[in-house]
Design a protein around this ligand. Structure first.
Ligand code: ZN
Length: 492
């Protein structure tokens, strides 16, 4: 029997605006799609928060014993500057400015994205498909939508006919917008516009001669519209209707609204049962933006190299900080907030480190079974990590009382406490029991190099007692020295 069979999870479904009981389409299996990054610049901290929220959700489902197929794409074509319908492709623009091949831009920032996510201890998704790897699938969907009469071709471009779709479907149901209001609030088309209505969006765009990212299609050389890739990839890997679609709330409209319209126009089915959206991350109370200087990169937090910060913070600590807010709430990051969070993180890890030496007794003052159940209750309530963390600190309080001899715990309870803490802290929240930041590792490296040098000098002076002592004591700390013909190296 799997854990999930005893748990009832509720999720906030953006489609209905309500918290609903989560029931997967196939018992024991979950299909989840999350819109990934457009790889034309270093990954934003705000995006990291979104992906981290879904990493936590992925981890919790796995912890409960679900088989999860988690698809998170890489957008490497079709996403235009300012999310506009006209304009340059974000990747092509970067390639032009830096005199690179578009795929060099894609490669560089995909590697950066993976590096940062690895530091944050993300689990890799089950599939990480790219837009350019699914051009054929996208063309097939366009043909299908054209055949069903919900799209039209003009001058080598194909547009989705929103007004036609809205006659027998509901456009705007995810974002709560009405087409009539949208029409009233948009300016008229210019004469040279290929679209029939301003609300229509591109499924396929004709490539102008200078456009370097282009593919052949039945409508001529061009490239797919940004919204289409997610429909193509989610349908291909998760089916026409799947369980969960996630992303940042800024994607609700038009991106996710268009995904729904494309899927419904093409196969008549609502593509997603539960839409989950994460909220914003602000910096010092303001929206992050490179243009105003109010921005910080993940790597700058790990190294402390940003004037906003007084010190470096480890990726795991930053992860803990982010998990202290519910994914649907705005989270503000600041030096003070990180410092406060770090105290909590260290306290939690200290308690974990003291578990092994915790004395056991014949009775318990701490009701571990009840506490454990409250941890699940927190997570089952729309993945409420702040409440879960509060529960973890309840356990820390008891651990400290037991350590001081003011409370007792039985051997069985201690084992259960340990297992549960490990499961929630490491498996579900994805934290790591190390507080070292990049800056700290650099310092440690310097100290080890210094000891290697002192050991070398001791050996040259035939003081083998000292050289052995340095090697053995480093080894006891988990630092192995290896003597080679080019000198001594070490591994942690
Ligand atoms: Zn998407």
């Amino acid at each position: 029997m799997q854990l999930y069979e005893n748990q009832e999870i509720k999720v906030h479904n953006s489609l209905t605006g309500k918290k609903e009981i989560f029931t997967p389409i196939n018992k024991g299996h979950i299909g989840m799609y999350v819109c990934g990054p457009t790889v034309y610049s270093n990954v934003h901290l705000g995006n990291c928060r979104t992906f981290m929220s879904f990493d936590m959700i992925f981890r919790y489902f796995k912890h409960l014993g679900y088989k999860v197929r988690y698809v998170r794409n890489i957008t490497d074509a079709g996403h235009l500057v300012d999310d506009a319908e006209d304009g340059e492709d974000k990747i092509a623009k970067k390639a032009r400015l830096e005199k690179l091949e578009p795929m060099e831009v894609v490669q560089r920032y995909t590697v950066d994205f993976h590096n940062i996510l690895e530091k944050f201890n993300f689990l890799p998704p089950s599939i990480e498909p790219t837009a350019t790897g699914h051009i054929i699938e996208q063309i097939e969907i366009i043909k299908d939508i054209l055949n069903k009469g919900y799209a039209y071709e003009t001058n080598g471009s194909v547009y989705f006919d929103v007004a036609k779709f809205n006659t027998d479907h509901e456009y705007g149901k995810l974002s709560g917008r009405k087409l009539e209001d949208m029409i009233a609030n948009t300016r008229d088309l210019t004469a040279q516009d290929d679209k029939r209505n301003p609300q229509d969006f591109a499924l396929w765009k004709k490539a102008e001669p200078q456009h370097i990212m282009r593919w052949p299609s039945p409508w001529g050389d061009g490239f797919p519209g940004w919204h289409l890739e997610c429909t193509a990839m989610s349908t291909k890997y998760l089916g026409e209707t799947f369980d969960i679609h996630g992303g940042g709330m800024d994607l609700k409209f038009p991106h996710h609204e268009c995904e729904i319209a494309q899927a419904e126009a093409s196969n008549g089915k609502s593509p997603v049962n539960y839409w989950l959206h994460t909220n914003m991350l602000t910096l010092n109370g303001r929206k992050m933006a490179k243009s105003t200087g109010n921005s910080i990169l993940p790597g700058e937090i790990f190294s402390g190299e940003n004037d906003i910060l007084s010190k470096a913070f480890s990726p795991s600590m930053v992860r803990f900080f982010m998990m202290q807010a519910h994914y649907t709430s705005i989270l503000d990051i600041s030096n003070d907030a990180l410092l406060a969070s770090e105290k909590g993180f260290n306290k939690l890890m200290e308690a974990i480190n003291s578990l092994k030496s915790l004395p056991v007794a014949s009775s318990s003052n701490f009701n571990v079974a009840e506490w454990k159940s409250s941890c699940y209750t927190a997570m089952n309530d729309d993945f409420n990590t702040p409440i879960l963390i509060a529960k973890l600190f309840d356990a820390v309080k008891h651990i400290n009382l037991i350590k001081e001899g003011n409370e007792t715990i039985t051997k069985e309870d201690k084992e259960e406490l340990e297992q549960t803490l490990y499961a929630f802290i490491f498996d579900v929240l994805g934290l790591e029991n190390k507080s070292s930041s990049d800056a700290d590792s650099e310092k440690l490296g310097g100290v080890v190099e210094l000891l290697i040098q002192l050991r070398k000098e001791a050996r040259e002076n035939k003081d083998f007692a000292t050289s052995d002592k340095i090697r053995d004591q480093l080894s006891a700390l988990g630092i192995q020295l290896k003597d080679g013909k080019d000198g001594t190296t070490y591994s942690l």
